[in-house]
Design a protein around this ligand. Structure first.
Ligand code: ATP
Length: 195
């Protein structure tokens, strides 16, 4: 089964993620998108963020209706900092993925990619799939890759967390199930808020 890996913190998963995954399926010849939520999100420690179990639950809700979208809890179950190379090696060794995988990377990650652990090895083991990210300024990516001309959707999880905190509308930036979950669990908002 031709699979593209899609890592992220998904805090929360939003329609920008889902639309982009759908475009990768549609435009490239992948049969599965494997969402791999990271265990820790060190850069988000300063603001209200959701724990791994909530992020995983939201991802499962958001992808439940699509057979082609698979959620892989491996990084969350194995804790610590999530290195892509470790996950890739695990997946290849486990036999869960038998064909050479794709690895989806948003344009916002291009500049830092060379600092990822064993970046050369990642490029050797996977086909890099670059997706457009509004605001990232179309950076030049010096590694072999396929560029997906996905429709720009200027939504970020940071923006959604901020909207929840400020009481601004965000209902249609996530799926109905994720919206219900955020409200039910009172994620990203002061305990007294109810909107
Ligand atoms: P945050 O704002 O918290 O940093 P995020 O919205 O960027 O979160 P992540 O979970 O960090 O979401 O992103 C995972 C992957 O999804 C990254 O490769 C990122 O570039 C991509 N991505 C996120 N939002 C979009 C979007 N609106 N369009 C295209 N790609 C996106």
């Amino acid at each position: 089964m031709r699979t593209a890996l899609f890592g992220g913190t998904f805090d929360p998963v939003h329609i920008g993620h889902l639309m982009m995954a759908d475009e990768v399926l549609h435009r490239l010849s992948y049969e599965r998108i494997r969402f791999v939520p990271a265990h820790v999100a060190p850069h988000k420690a300063q603001e209200p963020c959701a724990g791994p179990d909530d992020r995983l639950a939201m991802l499962r809700l958001a992808t439940a209706e699509r057979e082609e979208f698979v959620v892989d809890p491996w990084e969350i179950e194995h804790g610590e900092v999530s290195y892509t190379i470790r996950t890739l090696r695990h997946l290849l060794a486990s036999g869960d993925i038998t064909e050479r995988p794709g690895l989806i990377i948003g344009e916002d990650l291009v500049d830092g990619f060379d600092r990822w652990r064993e970046a050369d090895e990642i490029e050797r083991l996977a086909d890099l799939v670059l997706v457009r990210r509004p605001g990232a300024g179309a950076p030049r990516f010096g590694r072999r890759h396929q560029l997906v001309d996905n429709v720009p959707i200027p939504i970020s999880a940071t923006g959604i967390r901020e909207r929840v905190r400020k009481g601004l509308p965000y209902r249609y930036l996530v799926t109905a199930e994720v919206y219900g979950y955020i409200r039910h669990r009172r994620l990203y908002q002061p305990a007294s808020a109810d909107r």
